[in-house]
Design a protein around this ligand. Structure first.
Ligand SMILES: Nc1ncnc2c1ncn2[C@@H]1O[C@H](COP(=O)(O)OP(=O)(O)OP(=O)(O)O)[C@@H](O)[C@H]1O
Ligand SMILES: [Mg+2]
Length: 490
């Protein structure tokens, strides 16, 4: 009878079971390979201690002459580690002396202990030491093979760590002989060093392919499956929702037929300092006031400066923050990958049941997507996720090219994806700087594409009437057609 998913051995490591297609299939032995410091020992120890916490009997075998203290010391900082399990649920042995005697002795010791302890998990750390000791590839291979068979008979799952680069491992016979291979890497990517996990194979099961970012923290290892890997392609046929998410700036909302289409993604692009954060604060606060909880994610500044600046234009964010209807998440730029950042954002959206999201400075998010050719697909997957979560999103983006006759969005994947596009910019006219806004694109709905001047004063954001008779306002090169450059209708 085939083994159903119920008999899978859960690793309990965040993300790993998803990668494995549910868990480790029964009686299988996995090789965990990776460069030094990639996290092999932490990962397998985490699986071992989490299993022990479920009452599973585990054997942890080291293959060096080193005492176990060093390993236990290294693990003691992790939340999964429980010293009281050591010696009982997690039984430690050293196979070093047996290995010195020979392959048969080592095999008998390891399998004998598994049977004696009725263990359901054997973790051997790490096979490099056997290679160094024996210097005999064929002998090592035979041991791995026999362990695999013995463990399957004992209904025990095996975890063996090695340090082979994956390409090298794949060329070796053990790649064919073992049931599964998981690769961890810790490689430099520009100035960053990124951790990635990949399930190369699991015998007889569909698993998630490709490499996925992971983190090591005090909880242990947390794998974040790539955003697009778990995002279904969107059903574009879904009927447009007529609900609107207003900014609370009446003239702007009027241009858009009442606000942004609910569930859509908008790019609010504009020059530096023009008011992108204030407009998006307005959007978030308006949601919070109308019962649509809002999450404001900032890559540039914390809550303090944003609240203070909003205060100056009479926008009081504090009550909504205090009530929990508006939440700020400050994610200062780090080496962390976009998947990890967005994982936090999506978790927070789910936790607080947010209906609105602001990502202030999407350029930083784009840069944190390490592979440039992945940026578009990542942001597309993000838009799908947010729409499915019923969230209306505003991404702000600084447009660097203010001069020139063309608006250059070519390096801005979100602009291509953003269903709605709002542009804020400065223009100079007769020696005075004006702020203008315009709606350049909107999903499934009509909009007014007028250029509007707007003001930011201590009474708030005020959008003035349409501008006429001025060519080139969008490009920043204005040229009055008649002697009167402006005609303000309000
Ligand atoms: N408390 C912690 N918080 C965050 N990272 C940690 C913590 N403890 C250890 N690490 C990271 O874990 C990594 C070590 O992982 P581990 O010892 O599992 O690697 P390994 O693949 O077994 O290496 P080796 O090949 O040397 O045996 C280090 O890169 C270290 O930065
Ligand atoms: Mg190790």
């Amino acid at each position: 009878m085939p083994d159903g998913p119920k008999t899978l051995f859960p690793t309990g490591v965040a993300g790993l079971d998803t990668l494995l297609g549910g868990g480790i299939p029964p009686r299988q032995t996995l090789i965990i390979t990776g460069n030094p410091g990639s996290g092999k020992t932490v990962l397998c120890s985490q699986i071992a201690f989490l299993a022990a916490a479920r009452g599973v009997s585990v054997v942890l075998a080291s293959l060096t002459s080193e005492p176990h203290d060093k390993l236990l010391e290294a693990l003691s900082g992790f939340a999964f580690f429980r010293r009281e399990f050591v010696g009982e649920q997690v039984f430690l042995i050293s196979a070093y002396t047996a290995l010195q005697k020979g392959a048969e002795e080592a095999r008998d010791l390891l399998l004998g202990t598994v049977v004696e302890r009725s263990a359901r998990l054997l973790f051997i750390d790490d096979l490099r030491s056997i290679r160094d000791l024996w210097r005999d590839e064929a002998k090592v291979r035979e041991l791995i093979y026999e362990l695999g068979i013995g463990l399957a008979l004992a209904r025990c799952v095996g975890l063996l760590t090695t340090a082979y680069p994956v390409d090298h491992l794949m060329a070796l016979p053990e790649a064919t002989n073992t049931d599964g291979i998981v690769s961890l890497s810790f490689n430099s990517h520009g100035l960053r060093r990124l951790r990635r996990a990949e399930v190369i194979k699991v015998r007889g099961r569909a698993h998630l392919t490709g490499s996925h970012p992971f983190e090591i923290g005090s909880e242990g290892i947390r794998i974040i499956p790539r955003l697009e890997a778990l995002t279904p392609s969107d059903d574009l046929d879904s009927p447009p929702d007529n609900a609107r998410a207003a900014f609370g700036v009446p003239e702007l909302d009027a241009l858009m037929g009442g606000g942004l289409p609910a569930g859509s993604a908008t790019m609010l692009a504009g020059s530096m300092g023009i008011g992108k954060t204030l407009f998006s604060s307005h959007f978030a606060l308006e949601g919070a006031r109308k019962g649509e909880k809002a999450l404001f994610v900032s890559f540039f500044e914390g809550l303090g400066p944003i609240v203070t600046r909003a205060q100056r234009i009479g926008l009081d964010l504090q009550p909504a923050v205090s009530s929990g209807a508006l939440r700020f998440l400050y994610l200062p730029p780090t080496d962390v990958e976009a998947d990890v950042l967005i994982d936090r954002v999506l978790a927070e959206i789910a936790r607080m049941r947010a209906r609105r999201l602001v990502i202030d400075g999407v350029g930083i998010l784009e840069l944190s997507i390490a592979d440039a050719d992945r940026r578009q697909v990542f942001l597309a997957a993000l838009s799908v996720r947010l729409r499915r979560a019923g969230v209306t999103t505003v991404f702000t983006k600084e447009v660097p090219k203010v001069a020139g006759t063309e608006l250059d969005f070519s390096d801005t994947p979100i602009a291509i994806l953003g269903e709605n596009l709002l542009l804020l910019r400065y223009v100079e006219l007769r020696g005075r700087i004006h702020r203008i806004l315009s709606v350049l694109k909107m999903r499934d709905s009509g909009y007014e594409s007028d250029l509007r001047e707007f003001e930011i004063t201590d009474r708030g954001i005020r959008v003035l009437g349409p501008l006429r008779s001025v060519h080139g306002l969008l490009t920043g090169h204005t040229r009055p057609v008649e002697s009167t450059a402006w005609e303000e209708t309000s």
